[in-house]
Design a protein around this ligand. Structure first.
Ligand code: BES
Ligand code: MN
Length: 443
């Protein structure tokens, strides 16, 4: 195995699941591994504790007259359940069929480490980088980056830069370099419906007392009409309409047909807002998703009970120019309007992040396109993304800096799912991409 893959395997072995407090020690150990790696490369590296998981910053010597580039990534990962659907244990990486299989292989450790190793290679080959570099790595992206914005505010001088680059988005097809110029924002919340004082006998009380499980089902069903339009009043008020040039450009892209969506999702039929393609629905239209719903008896067999409470977890994916706080107000009003008497509604707020949209043809955007062309030997395509990286718009709001999204994830990388994987080829391309990128951004 190459030393680069050995590094990646070591990085992947940390179960750095940010949402689970039982893994807090693993997340910290992973950050410490990064500090050792970056220090070993001769970078000035520091570990910054937060109220959550630590932030790692590493810099070369910043010299006057050079561009300053900040590369951001996240070393935390999503949970691994359902564990029984993994072909290999998620934190024991293996290579099979030319791919690295492990949680975090694509999202985001593989992509992030490719940048580190690109820098290491350039330093070995040339003794110096063509730019002033700042690495900024956090352990809370998968839980909404709540401690990073305050860190940006407190360390704006240290993190000052001309441009930011991130590899944490996708490629439309294998070998097809892809520059993303948009991300959806996100707003998360949870709703708990409480009914009777305790779980009741469903024979004695059923029919006379409102059932919270029935009511949560009714409530979540009010969020869409049959055509997939979100029914929250004012939801679409600030939505930036798709541009004709985008629709035209996207209509010719590989990897984005309905057949592709069906193949990679393992579903039997696409469904969404009428009048839009699947790519348009996911990249440029806002949505409401139920991420979890529950209440009542979940064990084996049956239990005749009328549950005392039921819950649903929601996220709303937002597009320019929707604002997460404004959307949450509208959602609350919708929930209150549809909550029937006999149950009470407890609203629990969650993380949020603004949508992002930039110009892929800016000077730095053009440099990114040249770097992608050099690294892949092919003309890059321009897309938006359906996923969210909550800190990206905050980079602009707090540091005043734009971000380039040069992603290496594939449609079948299965990020957030069992059997997450990353092609060795993409890992190697990521190392080349970092070298080409710093060279092009320096110009
Ligand atoms: N890398 C993803 C975001 C992504 C995935 C962008 C695919 C474009 C294409 C990132 O790590 C992620 O999963 N973010 C979360 C953020 C949330 C938990 C606040 C997301 O989008 O669900
Ligand atoms: Mn992710």
């Amino acid at each position: 195995m190459t030393p680069e893959l050995e590094d990646l395997f070591a990085f992947l072995r940390f179960p750095s699941i940010s949402t689970d407090s039982r893994n807090a020690g693993d997340v910290r150990a992973c950050a410490e591994w990064l500090v050792a790696k970056l220090t070993g490369m001769g970078l000035k590296t520091s570990l910054h504790p937060t109220e959550g998981h630590p932030i790692v910053v590493a810099q070369n010597e910043h010299k006057p007259g050079r561009k300053t580039v900040l590369i951001y990534g996240h070393y935390d990962v999503q949970p691994v359940d359902p564990l029984n659907l993994w072909s290999n244990p998620p934190f024991e990486p293996v290579i099979r069929d030319g791919k690295i299989w492990a949680r975090g292989s694509t999202d985001n450790k593989g992509q992030m480490l490719a940048h580190i190793l690109g820098v290491e290679k350039t330093l070995k080959e040339k003794g110096d980088l063509p730019v002033n570099l700042t690495f900024l790595f956090e352990g809370e992206e998968e839980v909404g980056s709540g401690n990073l914005a305050p860190f940006l505010r407190a360390n704006a001088e240290l993190l000052k830069c001309d441009i930011i680059a991130i590899s944490d988005t996708g490629m439309v097809a294998p070998g097809q370099p892809t520059l993303s110029y948009g991300l959806r924002g996100i707003a998360a919340c949870e709703v708990i419906l409480r009914g009777p004082a305790r779980d009741l006998h469903s024979g004695i009380y059923g029919g006379a007392i409102r059932n919270p499980a029935t009511e949560i089902a009714r409530l979540v069903a009010t969020f869409h009409d049959a055509e997939g339009r979100v029914q929250v009043e004012g939801f679409y008020e600030h939505v930036k309409p798709l541009e004709e040039w985008e629709r035209e450009m996207w209509s010719t892209l590989p990897g984005t047909s309905d057949d592709d969506f069906l193949r990679y999702s393992g579903s039997s039929k696409t469904h969404g807002e009428a009048g839009y393609t699947s790519a348009e629905r996911t990249w440029a239209r806002p949505t409401a998703e139920i991420n979890g719903i529950g209440g009542g008896y979940q064990g084996e067999g049956s239990k005749t009970v009328l549950p005392a409470e039921a819950f649903a977890k929601f996220t709303f994916r937002l597009v320019p120019n929707q604002d997460p706080a404004d959307i949450m107000e509208k959602v609350k009003a919708h929930l209150d309007k549809h909550c029937p008497p006999g149950v009470s509604l407890l609203y629990v707020g969650g993380h949020d992040g603004k949508p992002f949209y930039t110009d892929p043809h800016s000077t730095f955007g053009q440099a990114a396109q040249r770097a992608l062309r050099n690294a892949f030997g092919k003309e890059p395509v321009l897309i938006r993304e359906g996923g969210s990286i909550p800190i990206v718009q905050a980079f602009r709001d707090i540091l005043g800096t734009d971000t380039l999204l040069l992603g290496l994830a594939l449609a079948d990388s299965q990020i957030h799912s069992p059997d997450e994987n990353f092609p060795v080829e993409n890992f190697e391309a990521g190392i080349r991409l970092n070298q080409a990128l710093l060279e092009e951004l320096a110009k």
